[in-house]
Structures are given as structure tokens and as C-alpha cells.
Design a protein around this ligand. Sequence first.
Ligand code: ADP
Ligand code: MG
Length: 242
Amino acid sequence: MILLEYRGVAKDYGGLRAIDDVSFRVEEGEIVGLIGPNGAGKTTLFELASGFQRPTRGEIWFAGKRIDGLGTPVICAMGLARTFQVVRPFGEMTVLENVLVGAFLRSRHAHAARTRAASVLKDVQMTGRDAQIARTLTLAGRKRLEVAKALATAPRLLLLDEVMAGLTRVETAEIMAMVRDVRQSGITILMVEHNMHAVMALSDRVVVLHHGRKICEGTPAEVGANSGVVEAYLGEREIRDA
Ligand SMILES: Nc1ncnc2c1ncn2[C@@H]1O[C@H](COP(=O)(O)OP(=O)(O)O)[C@@H](O)[C@H]1O
Ligand SMILES: [Mg+2]
């Protein structure tokens, strides 16, 4: 079953075409990696699917329903949750309270929400951190909390935006294991990730964006062997070294 589909999607910001005629699908149960140099439009695709922005053209479908133009709470209630590249905890609230915000989407009752929040905190290995004030967490802790907040809404599809950025190798390996567990639990994943090793190891398929266009789509092996993809990344390195 197709869970998420972009159909000919474009997004203009003023004179800038951030996304240009992008189409691809995510099947239920997959982990799909979304890669591309900085500014390629990866986060913008998440903004569009989660309802934070509307496409200038094209359509976005989720679980058989058209969702572009719907509000963020409606889309979240349908089962699509995202994390933010720049993490957004409720800084003055505890870890548990942050996760409860998501859990209350699914249950009106405090007890049920608490049970759900505790279970999610266990899944992201934050048991015992319940009472910690969110802004005092390390970066790795804040990244985990970002995932926990999204999981608490009981999504069918989870959009992960660079949850490994800035983490150590050990922390990255832990997050990779967590991503596998999340998929194992029946949640489909579309992930933006700069860590090539991680994205290639985790993904069933990879979609490559460059200047707002899809330049390649395939298995990690196919994408790794594509000369256009290599050039897009070499171009980024030249800019960075300049
Ligand atoms: N809200 C916005 N307003 C104006 N321009 C934006 C906005 N969001 C993103 N952009 C621009 O769109 C392009 C794609 O950005 P983004 O989707 O964040 O790329 P990526 O996540 O691949 O690094 C960039 O040129 C960026 O500056
Ligand atoms: Mg981004």
C-alpha cells in the first residue's frame, strides 16, 4: 500500500523555486532515505507533507487521501508525524510533559496518556529522564525527545529530519538501532540524513534531491553508483572548501 505520495509538487518562496516538480512514493513498511546537498529542498518536502507549508503546485496524498492544504493538527491526527531539524522541545517543561503533549492527541484520559508516554520514553531509551527539564538535555537527549514527541502521537508515518546530525559515532549507532526498532514496530519512515553510512545502511530505497529536483531514486546500491548523485555531492564539497 502507498502511504505517502508526492505528485508533481512544486514550492516557490518568492522568486526561489525550492521544490520543482517532485514525485515519489513511500510504501507502507519501508524506510526511505531522502538525501541531497544543503538547500536541496529536503526539509521543505517535510514542511509540505506535514501541513506547515502549502505546495505552489501538485498534490500530496497520505493513506489514500489528499492532504496538501489541510492543517497540521488534522494531518497529525491522520497519522503523519515529523521531527524538526532544529529541535523544538518545550524547553521549560519536563521530558514527560513534552511527550504527554503528543500522547494527549490519542487519549483524553491522563492515565492512558501517561502510560503511552512512559512506553514511548522506554522505546527511545529515556526511561528515568521523565522529570528532567527539556532544555537541560544534551543534544543527543534532545534529538531522542524530538522522536519521542512524534512517536507519542502514534503515527503510521514518521518523518525524521537529520536526527543524527551533530551526534557522536556511538550516539549515531544508538539512533540507528532506534530507527530499526521503530520500523519493526510497524511505523513507516521517511528520513532526511546527511550521514551517508547511516542512510545507506538503514534505507530500503533512497530519493536524491538537488536544487529542488529529484535527480535519482533507487536502492542504496543504485543511488551510490549514480554519477549524477556523486557530482551533486562533489559540487557541495567544492563550495564548502571555497
Ligand atoms: N520558509 C522559507 N522561506 C524562504 N525560503 C526558504 C524557506 N524554507 C526554505 N527556504 C529555501 O528553500 C531552499 C531549500 O531549503 P531546505 O528545504 O531547508 O533545504 P534542505 O533541508 O535540503 O537543506 C533553500 O534555498 C532555503 O533557503
Ligand atoms: Mg534541512
